[in-house]
Design a protein around this ligand. Sequence first.
Ligand SMILES: NC(=O)c1ccc[n+]([C@@H]2O[C@H](COP(=O)([O-])OP(=O)(O)OC[C@H]3O[C@@H](n4cnc5c(N)ncnc54)[C@H](OP(=O)(O)O)[C@@H]3O)[C@@H](O)[C@H]2O)c1
Length: 271
Amino acid sequence: MIRLAISGAGGRMGKSIIQACHAKPEWSVVAATARPGSPAIGEDAGWLAGVPVLGVEVVDRLAKVQQPFDVLIDFTQPVVTLDNLVYCREHKRRMVIGTTGFTPSQRAEIATAAKETAIVVAPNMSVGVNLCFKLLELAAQAIGAETDIEIIEAHHRNKVDAPSGTALRMGEIVAQALGRDLQDCAVYGRGPGATGKRDRKTIGFETIRAGDIVGDHTVLFAGDGERVEITHKASSRLTFANGALRAASWLKGKQQGLYDMQDVLWKKGSE
Ligand SMILES: NC(=O)c1ccc[n+]([C@@H]2O[C@H](COP(=O)([O-])OP(=O)(O)OC[C@H]3O[C@@H](n4cnc5c(N)ncnc54)[C@H](OP(=O)(O)O)[C@@H]3O)[C@@H](O)[C@H]2O)c1
């Protein structure tokens, strides 16, 4: 039995994770937090997620959690994650971080905390997306230098960061495979007006925000006479939730270290 605390229990991903746990007896949600002042505070975490009552009252900070837990799963906002990081570092709690939109200095803080507790952080927990990451490395090595590379992503209208963490990770993987630095070669959107010719050494990002799209990503390698497109489309948040649970399980027995979903999927866990 793995005891989980869920940060952002009232959010889209928080609810999906509680739903995913409900279907699996080896998981137990023992604690849940929401934003201070949120109507979710004081509610039962199961009721909030539309599954049977769990007997877990949602509180407004981790410090108020009485129950011991093994892993905190955090899909919130960078500042919230960083607050939770302080708690987990101090209390030696493992973390699975799905939140996106970290600045380089926030990422450095996560890496520092991982010297004292075990953390999986990944902008996308879906197994399919992580397979695409592998395919992208291969594609970039084979045809990246002779093609124009564009990354197109689409998400629901409530997403607050852009490009998505997944799109940026895809860009990093492709750039690294080509010996480029994404910070130097990324182009975010084009126009309006005269843009000049495209420089083949750039990697372009295009963002779409519309409706209830769960998450679509395409990396386009466009050459002379042919195009290769690697596409992933998520149709349910349960794919991310199940990936987060897999990561939490993989962390079992690990005392410290910074990991991502590539480690979870392709390196042996300790269980
Ligand atoms: N890695 C992946 O696979 C993956 C997949 C999907 C999403 N994401 C990322 O995960 C994050 C959350 O996405 P989402 O779609 O679930 O967003 P969301 O629905 O807005 O959920 C975030 C939740 O965090 C809550 N929150 C705010 N302050 C808090 C605090 N101090 N303590 C506890 N909870 C707090 C928010 O409450 P209020 O609404 O009351 O402010 C909200 O309920 C985003 O960064 C998103 O990009 C990652």
